[in-house]
Design a protein around this ligand. Sequence first.
Ligand code: CO8
Length: 268
Amino acid sequence: MNTETVETPENPVVVERDGHVAVVVLNRPEAINAINAAMKIALPQVLQALDDDPDVRVVVMAGAGPRGFCAGADIKGFTEPETSLRARKRLLQAGFTSALDRFSKPTIAALHGHCLGGGMEIALACDLRVAAQDTLLALPEINLGLMPGAGGTQRLPRLVGLGRALELMLLGDRIGAEEALRIGIVNRVVATSADVRAEAVALAQRIAQKPPAAAAAVKEATRVGSTLDLATGMRLEKDLFALLLATEDKLEAATAFKEKRAPRFTGR
Ligand code: CO8
């Protein structure tokens, strides 16, 4: 794997490449990858660059070090109160998880250890989640006099329903990987944290073999469609379907079928 770094003093986000898959690593292991100001700046920049790179087809999000994926917002940075108006403006402008919403290609979170607060919100903003058995997930903001502020109140109920989401957010309790699998927060559980990144990358590699425009269209139709009424969602699906009919990859798939060979997709 090649490793690229982002030009910030602390390198809070590192990108590793494996063919058409990019692994974005939250890289503050000494603080269980807590999200500080530098990470909030770096993550959207990194994702934008990967979205613009035609060689990248799928992104895996992971956390450095043995302690966990991400322990949430950097609580040590909670030093001064902000005026409400300034804080609201900053949150609306920055939105590091909005960068994952804007990201057009499939994303997979590889979770281990602590996955708390903003860390769980990053995971929720990804399309799929793979968790090691030792993963502990929680939205504990209520214990800090806060509430989830990076999409948790909106994304969690869409995955698990209102009742379960409210219970998790009102109590702030941690749940393990098996419970997260049972209620639909994670897609797969692997035995050890040593295996989780490999499992997520293997899943990413399978998706990377698919025609990229079709993968992006499935993502857009499903994610955007889930916020729309049925008729508008169906219309979006038809629009995206019509765009795919004009791709070279659609023709390549049909030609490969006729020639009884594996297709070679280019993303065009
Ligand atoms: N912020 C800053 N530093 C942290 C954080 C954090 N969230 N979590 C852990 N660390 C640091 C610790 O301070 C410690 O550093 P040091 O050795 O220098 O003291 C190191 O990481 C290891 O942590 P611990 O020694 O505490 O390890 P333990 O195994 O005893 O405990 C825990 C691990 C349970 C994860 C514990 O550290 C903990 O409770 N951390 C706080 C978790 C939390 O409450 N997270 C939610 C924060 S709120 C939030 O995320 C709101 C997001 C809203 C979006 C806003 C945009 C960012």
